[in-house]
Design a protein around this ligand. Structure first.
Ligand code: NDP
Length: 308
């Protein structure tokens, strides 16, 4: 049986070295060198090849090399093939660092100071205590919970929003569309950590922005298609939003003449909030294979009906 990797080939070479060390009995191949297709049992991919069922008739598990699976066309996959997303701890650590940086950067007015520096303007703003800066997180999943745990240490009043009801000590939890407005109304800094699904596409738009406190700030680390760029620019220009820290856009990269590149109230990074770390990812994948063989539950198993 073979493990096939189909994503960035440089990282694939790192996976290959780790497989050779940790699972020498499991042949590891990098797309397009898949060898005998009948032997491919496991596939880790960013974008799986078309016609998976016909190409690899004995495939048992499909891994996403990323935390999300929105890049997969779930309807085109064999219906019973388990799809496992990446829940390795390196992704979580990276996301906690990034969102903490962004929330602190917005809390301490970094976009305004970067703009002031460019203009050679020495303009101190009043420092707000963290206890008066309310942070709300859209999504209460693996990444959001780790982020909230770290943000709690600074003393920000915290809230979160999920599809099903969650309880997290120290976090005002909201569930479902009916409770979204209440959560938005108490979010001076809003963080989006939602997966991209039909229900979350375009969620960061004019309607949502109108519910936020005047001058609120946004951190967007979910997926580009969740954000309406025109509504965002209108909210920034009109003062409804004071600043935005963006890691994801649609398209990626943005066209060279897009206003978001140079907007003084925008910090933009190229989808780097967190990345799968080969060492811990290979440990997770090998553990999932072991569990699959033993008939045990798989961590990160995607619920296809839910879409994440
Ligand atoms: P999880 O699946 O663990 O959590 C998703 C959360 O979103 C859950 O709390 C879920 O609710 C909630 N949710 C989903 N749909 C809705 C909805 N319609 N309404 C309200 N809440 C909803 O995902 P992760 O925390 O692991 O990852 C979240 C996302 O972060 C990824 O899907 C990816 O898009 C993004 N990401 C971005 C990266 C970057 O570099 N920018 C890197 C890694 C991830 P419930 O609890 O009820 O299920």
């Amino acid at each position: 049986m073979t493990f096939l990797y189909k994503a960035d080939p440089v990282r694939g070479a790192e996976w290959a070295a780790l497989f050779a060390e940790k699972a020498p009995d499991l042949p590891f191949r990098i797309w397009p060198d898949f060898g005998d297709p009948g032997r491919v049992r496991y596939l880790a991919a960013w974008l799986p090849p078309d016609d998976l069922e016909r190409r690899f008739p004995n495939l048992e598990l499909l891994f996403s090399v990323g935390a999300g699976i929105d890049q997969f066309d779930l309807g085109a996959l064999p219906p019973d093939l388990p799809v496992v997303r990446m829940t390795e701890p390196g992704i979580t650590a990276g996301m906690v660092e990034y969102v903490t940086m962004a929330v602190l950067g917005l809390h301490r007015d970094l976009p305004a100071y970067l703009d002031g520096q460019r203009r050679r303007e020495w303009r101190p703003l009043r420092v707000q205590p963290a206890a008066k800066r309310r942070v709300g997180v859209l999504g209460l999943g693996r990444l959001a919970r780790a982020v909230l745990d770290r943000l709690a240490a600074f003393g920000f009043p915290l809230a979160g929003w999920s599809r099903s009801r969650r309880e997290i000590p120290g976090v005002a939890c909201h569930a479902g569309p009916d409770e979204l407005p209440a959560m938005l109304e108490r979010s001076d800094i809003l963080v989006c950590l939602l997966p991209l699904t039909d229900a979350t596409r375009g969620i960061l738009g004019a309607g949502l922005f109108s519910r936020l406190p005047q001058g609120a700030a946004l951190v967007h680390v979910g997926r580009g298609p969740q954000l309406d760029h025109d509504a965002l620019l209108a909210a920034l220009d009109g003062g409804r939003l004071s600043a935005v820290w963006l890691d994801v856009t649609e398209p990626e990269p943005l066209p060279a003449d897009h206003r978001l590149w140079s907007h003084p109230k925008v910090v933009l990074t190229p989808h780097i909030a967190s990345m799968t770390q080969p060492e811990t990812a290979v440990d997770l994948v090998l553990d999932a294979i072991r569990r699959h063989r033993a008939g045990e539950p798989l961590p990160g198993l995607v619920d296809r009906a839910r879409g994440y």
